[in-house]
Design a protein around this ligand. Structure first.
Ligand code: CP3
Length: 350
């Protein structure tokens, strides 16, 4: 079994497996070259291109897993929603989803539409898996809240005020929207798993903007639904979510009487919470993933190397650890730094 899957199932490999969020993308010159003249979402829907971009960081850095090159808004595009990714900005929607009528129009789309138009995604995943051999491919999807934060606002926002307001101002519309997004994301995960991905990550990047109460009431049930049908190992990640770490386990025992295991196998921790502290909060049933500070990728190598060593030491407090950054690779990162981290980890004994 690959080290990634061993770590996800709670076994402790000799050394932590390592991959990087946003490893496929703008920090690589070979990516920028390949992307010239192609819009981001068109690249995602061109199987050869998506497969090649997924493979680039695996070849270059020797990471222990690939992450499928796509985007959290791709399933929305597949469902027929008008969305583009503006360079330097992020996802932008032609029609923001703000009123009860907007929500009703959107949720009238059958999430099965996503699967019906997902051939390019399945094809890209199959091409990747054939090349990767024993190296595992991680599939992913956006969590309902993070997707809603873009949809309701119509584009990127700092505090996601409109989505958070909708929860309280019109809870019925909120739950309809988040429930629909859960089905869309779960369909996108199914497509990737069906084509050969062996684990998934649910990105709730902006969950950190929520109070713990709002997270539990308005978000966790929908994120649980997004992962409910997934039988492969599941990683769940949020930024600035130190106050939500236990909740990110999506453990029904936190909410209901009936005993049930956590819904996720690993929780991704950003750079703000030391992994030993995170492990103490998360308990013995969950693997931790993280949490190199992306800022330190621009520090001199000895400083970065010492930081990576510290992250690995602290990660030993958890049942198992997957080394990663605390958030995605910044676009201006020197890719050699990522390669050096992988080399360093591959020399370490856990
Ligand atoms: O991790 C990987 O390498 C796999 C591919 C991947 C992308 N986006 C490719 C991408 C993954 C897993 C994502 C997820 C994603 N997309 C998230 C969650 C992760 C996170 O960063 O918190 C979010 C919030 C998005 C939405 C999104 N897409 C943003 C905010 C942006 C950046 C816009 C910009 O240009 O600054 C994108 C575009 C995007 N997604 C790029 C890549 C490689 C850059 C596109 C380009 O090259 O212009």
């Amino acid at each position: 079994m690959s080290e990634l899957l061993r770590a996800l199932t709670g076994d402790r490999p000799e050394r932590p497996p390592v991959w990087f969020m946003r490893q496929a993308g703008r920090s690589l010159p070979e990516y920028r070259e390949l992307r010239v003249g192609t819009r981001m979402l068109d690249a995602c829907l061109t199987p050869d291109l998506a497969a090649e971009i997924t493979l680039q960081p695996v070849r270059r850095h020797g990471v222990d897993a690939g992450i499928f090159f796509s985007d959290i808004v791709v399933p929305l595009r597949l469902a027929g929603v008008a969305v583009e990714i503006e360079p330097g900005r992020g996802p932008v929607f032609a029609e923001p989803v703000r009123t009860a009528a907007d929500v009703a129009r959107l949720t009238a789309i059958d999430p099965a539409e996503v699967a019906a138009s997902a051939d390019p995604i399945a094809e890209a995943v199959r091409l990747v898996v054939a090349e990767l051999g024993d190296i595992p491919l991680i599939g992913f999807a956006g969590a309902p809240f993070t997707l809603a934060a873009y949809l309701v606002e119509g584009g990127p926002s700092k505090e996601h005020l409109r989505a958070r307001a909708m929860m309280h101002a019109d809870p019925a519309s909120w739950h309809a929207l988040a429930g629909w997004l859960a089905r869309v994301s779960s369909t996108f995960l199914d497509v990737q798993l069906g084509a050969g991905a062996v684990a998934v990550q649910l990105f709730d990047s902006w969950a950190g903007s929520l109070s713990a109460t709002d997270y539990r009431t308005f978000v966790a049930p929908h994120s649980r639904a997004a992962l409910a049908g997934v039988t492969a190992p599941r990683i769940h990640f949020g930024v600035g979510a130190g106050h939500l770490l236990r909740d990110l386990r999506l453990d029904a025992r936190e909410y209901e009487e009936e005993a049930e295991a956590p819904s996720v196998d690993a929780v991704g921790v950003d750079w703000r919470t030391p992994l030993d502290e995170a492990a103490a909060v998360l308990g013995p049933d969950v693997t931790v993933q993280g949490n190199i500070d992306p800022a330190l990728l621009r520090a001199p190598w000895p400083v970065l190397a010492a930081h990576v060593g510290d992250v690995i030491r602290r990660g030993r407090a958890a049942r198992a650890h997957i080394l990663n950054l605390g958030h995605g690779v910044p676009p201006d990162t020197d890719p050699a730094m990522l390669t050096r981290i992988v080399e360093l980890v591959h020399e370490v004994d856990a």
